[in-house]
Every structure is written in C-alpha cells, then in structure tokens.
Design a protein. Structure first.
Lengths: 419, 419
C-alpha cells in the first residue's frame, strides 16, 4: 500500500503526510468551491463513499452503509457483537467549509488502525469507525442524525424534516439507498459499547496559543439561546427632540455592550449577540423595534445560568430606564456533556507516551458526542488548527500535528483494556 | 356656500370646523386604508383635483393643472403677472399616512383667502395657492418636482426617474394630462414673486409641550448622512475566546451609544442611527461586518459640522481600539435653508394680533421650501399635532388649532404689503 511501510510501523513523519494527502483527496468530493461543500445524502456524499470504504479496508474494517446514512467500518470482533470501542466523525461540511472539520475524525482513526495493523498489533476488543452522514445540519433543519441513530434517540418527527427543495430526510435516505425503517435496528447495545472517541480540529485558537499539537476535551459546552425584543417609539428622526426619544437601537446598543462586558469578565463563559434586526431600518426613522439574539456557552451549567441571570438583569434595567417595552425568550437550551474521566486520563497517558504535553480544554462547539453520550462514555481529542479558523476554505492543520494526533490515538488504543 | 358665513366673516369656531371637514373629505381620496395613501399622478391624485379646484374657486382663485402636475389656483392679479405671494403644500402622502401632512397646507390658505373674501377684503397683491403634486418622494426616486418646477430647477434627468413599475416621471405626467415639455415655461419670475409660505403640521412634539397652537419656523434643517462600515474578524462563537474576538457589532454598539450621547448633549442638533445591518447575522456566529447609517440634522451648519466631527472621532477611536477596520462615507448633504426674517416677523405680528403667543422653532424635516428658496423668500407656519405623530393614520390636529392657524394666516396676509 505504501512503500515506506514495514511491519514495525510507518516511519516518522509518514503518517502525517499520508493523513494530509488523504484529506486533500477527500476534499475533491465537493460542490464547486471555494472550499469544501459536501451535504448529507448529496451526490458528493455518494461519491466519497468508495474512498472512505477503501481507507476502512486498509485498516482491516468492513465498510457498510447503514440505515441512517452512516458509513460504518467494523472489525471482525465488532461484527461478532463483542465489546466495541467506537470512533468517528462526520463526512458532511458546511457550505464552503474546510478540508478537516469532520473528515479528520474519519481519516485519522482509520490511519491509526492501519498503522497498528502494520505494527502487527491486534486489539483485544472490537473497534468501529463511523463516517456520520450529518453533523453540520446544513441541508435539513435537524442534525446529529447518524449519532442519534446509533444512540437510539431518533424520533420519527426528525425524519420528516425537509430541505429547501421540500425533500424530507426520510425520502433523501431512501434515494441514497438506505432503509430508514431499519434505523431502530442499528441502535447499539450500551452493554457492549466501550466508549466513543472523536478526533476533531479545535476550531479555536487555544492550542495555537499554548503551542500544543493536541488537546484533551473535558466537556462539550452547554448552550442556551435567547431572543430579546425591544419596542421603542416610532418617530420622525428630524422632528422628535433627542430628549423625547425612545430609540430601541440605542437601548439595544447599551445592552450589547453590557452583555459583552459580562462575558469578557467571566471565565469559562463565552457568548455572542450574533443576530440583530431593526424595524423599520431606514436612514431617517428612529428605530422602533429591535430584536437580537443572545447565545451563551459554558461547560459549567452554574456559570451559564449566572450569565443568563446577568443578561436578564441588563435587559430589564436598560429597558426600564429607557422606557422600552421588552421581552426575553429562551429559544434553545442544551446542557453540557462531560467527557468520561477514564477516557481523558487514558488520553493523558497516551500524550505522555508520545512526549506530548497534556492540555485540557472544553469544546465551545457541539459535536456528535452530544448524541453519543446517551449511549456510552465519550471523549474527544482536539487537533490544533491554524488561527483557530474553521468553517472556512482556509481551515488548516499541519502534517506534523496530524502525525502527533495519530500517534496519540494509537497509544490510546493500545493501552485501552475492555472492562 | 356655508350658512354660517356672512360678509363680515366666519363666526368663531366655524373656520376650524370647516377646515377639519374639508380635510376629512380630502382623505377619502386614498388607496384602501389604513390611513391616507395618495401618490403622485395616481388615480387618487386625479380624483381629488375637482375637490381642491372647488376650494380654489370658493377662494376666488382660478384652478389650473400645470405642466409639472401641480394644481395651481391664481387670483386675477397673479394671472395678470402682478407681484404675487405664493402659498401651498403637497397633495401627496406617504404610504398609509395621515390626513394633514401636506393637505393642511393646501386647504388652510384656501380657507383663509375664502374667509378674507367673505370679510370683503381685497389684497393689494396677487396670490396663488399650489397643491404640489409630489413632496414625499414615495412613487419616484426623486422629490419636490412641483416646487422645483416653479423655481426653474428641474433637470431633464429627474424626469427620467422611474417608479417600481418602470414608468418614468415624464411618462406619468403625460398620462396624467400634463405636458412636461412645458415645465421650463412655468418657472416663476423671481422679480414678481413676493415670497412663499407653507402651513404644515409640526410632525414633532414641541408645540404640544409648550401648549402653543402654532409655531413660526426659523429654518429648514440641514441634513447630512453617513454610512459607517466596520470589519471585524469572523469566528466560531463557541470556540473563540472572548479576549481574542474582534466583534464588529460590539464595536458598533459602543459607537451608537457614544453618538447618541453627543446628540443628547448638543442643542439644535438631532440625529439617528436608523439603519444597521450585520453580516452574517446568525445566532451562533461572531458578527464580522456591520454597516450603519448616521443622519445629522441642524439648522446651523457649524453645529452640524461639529456633530459630524464628533461622530468621526468616535468611529475612529472605537474602531482603532477594538482593532476593527472602518470606513465612514458621506452619502448625502443638504445645507439648511433659513426662513426670511420679514416673513417670520410678520408672522409674529400676526400671532400677536390674534392673541397667540409667539414661538419660533426649526423644522427638522425637509419641505417644498428647500426648492422654493431658490426662487424667493420662504417661511413656514407649523400647526401643533397630537403627540408629534406624522406619517401615520393617527396623525391629528384639533379644529381649534386649525382655526387659530387660519386666523394667523389671515392677519399675515392682511398686513403684507408689496415692496
């Protein structure tokens, strides 16, 4: 398969080169660029399956497209229903995304298994690597379809979600060659599942700042979203004295600034006012209505709730003082999911074995672990990405970091012992 | 014509009642409500002409639709080319506007002339009252067509402005029965024009606050508009640490608040950030690009320019400190137009004669005087409106205030002497 391979393993530097080359090749399965656009159950999704299947076979796994659109590679032990450790990430991308978000977590564990195989190592437990069909939630207004299917948590309702063409998820799966009626049957048995590990680019700048190739994720952040509505008083912008105005935008501006100040001053809490809309939004009219969103994320529920309380207090105080009618509605909440201690510890040991410093950090983004934690213990390994950039054509990792992460995962898999 | 009239004039209270009744009747010439919608060269414009013509005839004037779509009522002296004082306002409304903005300034001077006629008074100069076709600029992306025609300042380019149906102003005028090729011929002779006075609702709350029925306008405000662009740094809202963000919206919020503070603290300066747009405007994305408008209005150019300097300083300081790229572009400027001292003084005397307290205020809105000042001295009389509301179906004046304004105008016309 590769000239530089021998039965004692790949030479130093080779794993990273192979990894980058494979991800470059995978990126070709994309709608026209810039960047990578590969949506769930799309022609690009269809066309990349043989490539991933090939990687699976090189790793000693048998590929199979399941009822939920996941491409699953299983070793004989897993196929036989033995205790199995699951790895994987998503094959899909955002519109004009990068080469690494998702696909790294498919290609890297397959390469790690292939390298272990080359070293002649047989793992004492079953493994499977999953290329989840959908995690980004771009095509359908639902997400984590593949991981929810494995966790047995898909609702029939989700299969009715429709894309902008009016095609339902169920219809798309059938067209893709899947049998959505068999989704309940692919739910994994928790008793025989050892855990789930996802390798993913960090999507943030923390590892770059600390100059570490990899980081061990402690938790997937909890998220809550709110919609704030402010109603001021319409008025002619030329004829209403400044002192008599109830300008909803000026009120919103004071809130945005105060909310940012709370977020800047609180550890382990991030957030953003990402969406703000004004009515009537005309150059010569006093803004009468402003709506804006507040998103808060923290790995600690208590910190997130304190943040929410602070935001509520700001909205109430500013709106009352400025005589604006106001409303704050919670539109979404998802609790944080902690990574399993034993997976974090085992990843730490693996880092130490390959001479990597240990860094723990939390994930501010959601991942398939949010669904998989209903099934089993989860863990994540982050890989440094350039400038923290993700969801962008310029998203990049180095071959060296890819190699390091692969070797950490190999060490992790070697020392993992089934209970 | 009216049973309560005699040759010594209308009884107290009657003028206000007639005025309100006439404006109620005029409001029926509207697209389906709420409120009044009567656009330039529309069927509603066409259909209201006989009503206004009737008022003109009652006032002793001869109505004529001119080449620019104005309905002009002229007394014999004006028709003969004598020294003429012009009054009037616009017949058109905004979409779902009120009964008074514009039409008050047509109906009121006609009623004042009719009342003077009933008193047996013959003015020693010519008068004409104009119902300008367009001031609001709703149908065509151009405005003040009628007053610019009288002032001789229409450009051929303006006649090519097209409405959303693709109909040019020129075509609309021809369909309406006008001869746009004759527009240059209707420009008035400055030598024979004594001045221009417009009666208009205040569109603001100042007269209501001071409890005065009318106010004498000192100037039509100068206006300038700017577009500010802020470019921050895109980033995942979950994974970018707060301290590493360059959030364009947080920067904009600080600017909006500081600009409002400058405006609140400066006399004779009003302004607004009326339009603000965010990119990408998504709940979970750090705003990377914000554009917003700043409009500044003042009757004093120096004050407006100081305001602009302050806004520029704020934008520069905040953007630099927050490491946002920025641009501030001037998109529109119109200098203030002062009302003529002799018209203001004469209106003051008229107020005193009818036992009205004198109040001077500036107009924060633009009016036909902006065009007419190129031709002649201008003045404006504002009438108190409820809650400062305009451009709204609930826009209201009282019959009492209408009566007061009519009697102030009658006194003004009686004492006006041609030079």
């Amino acid at each position: 398969m590769t000239n530089n391979a021998d039965h004692t393993g790949f030479s130093k530097g080779k794993l990273g080169q192979i990894l980058i080359k494979r991800l470059d090749e995978a990126a070709l399965f994309s709608e026209p660029g810039p960047g990578v656009t590969r949506l769930f159950c799309s022609p690009e999704h269809r066309n990349i399956l043989p490539l991933i299947s090939h990687w699976m076979e090189q790793a000693g796994l048998t590929p199979e497209l399941d009822a939920a659109g996941n491409l699953v590679g299983r070793c004989p032990k897993a196929q036989a229903g033995g205790k199995t450790f699951i790895m994987g990430s998503h094959q899909d991308s955002v519109i004009e995304g990068g080469k690494y978000d998702g696909m790294l977590g498919v290609a890297l564990p397959l390469l790690a298994l292939e390298a272990l195989r080359h070293e002649g190592i047989t793992l004492p437990y079953g493994v499977e690597v999953v290329a989840f069909g959908d995690e980004e939630g771009v095509r359908f207004p639902t997400t984590l379809v593949g991981s929810k299917a494995l966790a047995g948590s898909i609702t029939p309702n989700q299969l009715e979600a429709r894309d902008t063409q009016g095609i339902s998820l169920k219809e798309a799966l059938i067209t893709f060659g899947c049998s959505p009626e068999n989704i309940p049957a692919i739910a994994r048995d928790p008793v025989n599942t050892l855990g789930f590990l996802e390798v993913h680019i960090e999507q943030g700048p923390i590892l770059e700042q600390s100059d570490h190739a990899v980081g061990i994720v402690t938790a997937l952040t909890g998220i809550e979203r709110h919609q704030v509505t402010l109603i001021g008083k319409a008025g002619h912008a030329g004829t209403t004295p400044m002192s008599m105005r109830h300008d909803a935008l000026v009120g919103a501006a004071e809130m945005v600034l105060a909310i940012d100040s709370v977020l800047q001053g609180t550890d382990d809490l991030v957030g953003v006012v990402g969406k703000l809309d004004i009515h009537p939004n005309a150059v010569n009219v006093i803004p009468a209505l402003v709506t804006f969103t507040v998103e808060l994320r923290s790995p600690e529920a208590a910190i997130r709730h304190q943040g929410r309380d602070a935001v509520e207090a700001i909205v109430k105080e500013v709106a009352t003082r400025r005589e604006l009618a106001f409303d704050m509605e919670n539109t979404y909440s998802a609790d944080a999911v902690a990574c399993a201690d034993w997976i974090m510890q085992s990843l730490e040991e693996a880092c130490t074995q390959v001479d990597q410093p240990v860094e723990r950090l939390f994930s501010g983004a959601g991942h398939d672990g949010l669904a998989m934690q209903a099934l089993t213990d989860i863990g994540m390994l982050f890989v440094r990405c350039k400038a923290g950039l993700s969801h962008h054509p310029d998203e990049t990792i180095t071959a060296n970091d890819g190699e390091t992460a692969t070797r950490v995962l190999m060490a992790f898999l070697k020392q993992l012992t089934p209970p």
